[in-house]
Write a protein that binds this ligand. Structure first.
Ligand code: ADP
Ligand code: MG
Length: 302
């Protein structure tokens, strides 16, 4: 399912003294099956943008098309759209309210008229997708950890079986372990269920880890767009926007400045390790052929 945004402008409280320009002329297409991250610091317009993807906010100007259908057209059912494009809000755990985890996850599909076996199935599958085992079903959402609550909220959206899932800062405020777990679950959903994923974040390292394409927002506009490799090479521009590049990318850039032969766009610790080992190995071969022992370069690595 594709989402096509054309010349989208959004002004909150338009025509009042409190008017606030939140988006200016955004053009963006999200392809079916893609995993894309939207980054930018607070106030840059990320949440406003993604709330247009399922018709929750209406454009002040411009259009939003889902699979070619303009959401502002007469006869378009926003209910259907919201079923297909699932939006997980920032801090979604604030919207948990049922007595049990099971009831909370069942809320959406039940409202959509799903009952019986099918409902059971959906809830079970949704909980499983976020690694919550059956034991969680009868517990109160309020007694869970922060990470678990967030997973329940995500399961509630997954239980609607959307084609696109939009996650607005899903890892914000989580400890590193829960953050890693959640990123793993999101990647798995994308791969196994061919879900289109839109991931909002301001953490460069995690974005680098999961998204194939990044959209960098600044002041209600798109400042940069492309693969993480392409975007992180321009670390100066990113820093100008107030966003850093991942630590590993910076480390690689520094080493390159000192004459190491390393690729320009290393994004993760794993890739950095491989690149450094390779550089060391080629140094080693060079050193060997010039007569030096191999102990010294091993020492550098250890
Ligand atoms: P982000 O998600 O990147 O932090 P937002 O989309 O929340 O950015 O906000 C973009 C701009 O719109 C900010 O200037 C913010 O203050 C303003 N804004 C957001 N929500 C509202 C609202 N409900 N009413 C008025 N202004 C808003
Ligand atoms: Mg936001």
């Amino acid at each position: 399912m594709s989402i096509e945004i054309r010349d989208l402008t959004h002004i909150y409280n338009a025509g009042t003294p409190f008017a606030q320009d939140a988006l200016k002329n955004i053009n963006l297409t999200i392809e079916d099956g893609e995993i894309i991250a939207i980054i930018g610091h607070t106030g840059s317009g990320k949440s406003t943008l993604v709330q247009h993807f399922n018709g929750l906010l209406r454009p002040t100007k411009g259009t939003v098309r889902i699979d070619g259908v303009d959401l502002s057209q007469k006869g378009v059912s926003l209910r259907d759209v919201r079923r297909k494009v699932g939006l997980v809000f920032q801090y979604p755990e604030h919207q948990l309210f049922e007595e049990t985890v099971w009831e909370d996850v069942a809320f959406g599909p039940r409202n959509a008229g799903i009952t019986g076996e099918e409902l059971e199935d959906r809830v079970r599958r949704a909980l499983k997708s976020v690694d919550l085992d059956e034991g969680f079903a009868d517990r109160s959402p309020f007694e869970l950890s922060g990470g678990e609550k967030r997973r329940v909220a995500i399961a509630g959206v997954l239980a609607m079986e959307p084609s696109v899932i939009v996650l607005d800062e899903p890892t914000a405020g989580l400890d590193p372990r829960s953050r890693e777990d959640l990123l793993g679950q999101i990647l798995r959903l994308h791969k196994e269920r061919a879900l289109t994923v839109v991931f909002v974040s301001h953490n460069m390292a995690e974005v680098a880890k999961i998204a194939k394409r990044l959209v960098v927002m600044e002041n209600g506009g798109i400042a940069m767009e492309g693969s993480p490799e392409k975007i992180f090479v321009d670390s100066e521009k990113l820093q100008g926007i107030g966003l850093g590049v991942p630590d590993m990318t910076l480390l690689m850039q520094r080493l390159r400045e000192r004459g190491w032969s390393l690729p320009a766009s290393v994004l993760t610790i794993e890739a950095a390790e491989a690149a450094i080992l390779e550089a060391l190995a080629s140094k080693e071969t060079g050193a060997k052929s010039s007569g030096a022992g191999k102990g010294s370069s091993k020492g550098v690595y250890k």
